[in-house]
Ligand binder design. Structure first.
Ligand code: HEC
Length: 149
């Protein structure tokens, strides 16, 4: 009897861990389909172009110092999901970009990117992500480093 109770408890522990029940989980979070053209317009309207260029898109030139410009899109080691981009936009300090100079990130501690949450509509946010997400392309993995010939 003792053993079976132990087994049940162990099984329960495994099951609970497997469920990974977490009230902060964003697993079932889905955005509605956005509009990329409107996203481009929002990108200009919200002054994102002050600091950013976007690969393959004709936009007003950034006005910050050239070293402070952060290019969005293009070839990256890790593709950006909707979740990554949303987090970057509405919670910039949480996900400091791999593109920013690591020393600058360390020195700043927070992202220099302004929070526009009180000015941006939800529709603009969805459209911005729809505009930006397909601009990223994944770099092929450096296979030859792992399998030298
Ligand atoms: C004052 C300059 C500045 C402005 C204005 C700005 N950003 Fe940024 N942004 C940054 C910097 C610096 C980074 C890199 C550090 C970081 O990830 O926070 C960044 C990172 C990002 C990233 C993540 C990039 C990646 O490849 O992971 C996205 C997406 C982004 N910004 C979107 C926007 C959008 C959309 C706007 C307009 C609403 C905007 N930014 C306005 C400076 C700015």
């Amino acid at each position: 009897m003792k053993t079976s109770l132990g087994l049940v408890l162990a099984a329960l522990a495994v099951l609970t861990a497997a469920c990974d029940f977490n009230l902060k989980s964003t697993r079932r979070f889905r955005l509605p389909q956005g509009n990329a053209d409107n996203g481009k317009a929002a990108f200009v309207a919200l002054n994102c172009t002050t600091c950013h260029t976007v690969t393959g898109v004709d936009l007003p030139k950034p006005t910050v110092e050239p070293t402070a410009v952060v290019g969005l899109g293009g070839e990256v080691a890790r593709l950006r999901t909707y979740g990554d981009l949303l987090t970057s936009i509405i919670h910039p300090t949480h996900a400091l970009s791999e593109k920013m100079n690591p020393l600058a990130v360390k020195a700043a501690g927070t992202s220099p990117m302004p929070v526009v949450n009180d000015r941006m509509t939800v529709t603009q946010m969805v459209d911005l992500v729809t505009f930006l997400q397909p601009r990223y392309r994944q770099l092929p993995p450096p296979v030859e480093w792992y399998y030298p010939l």
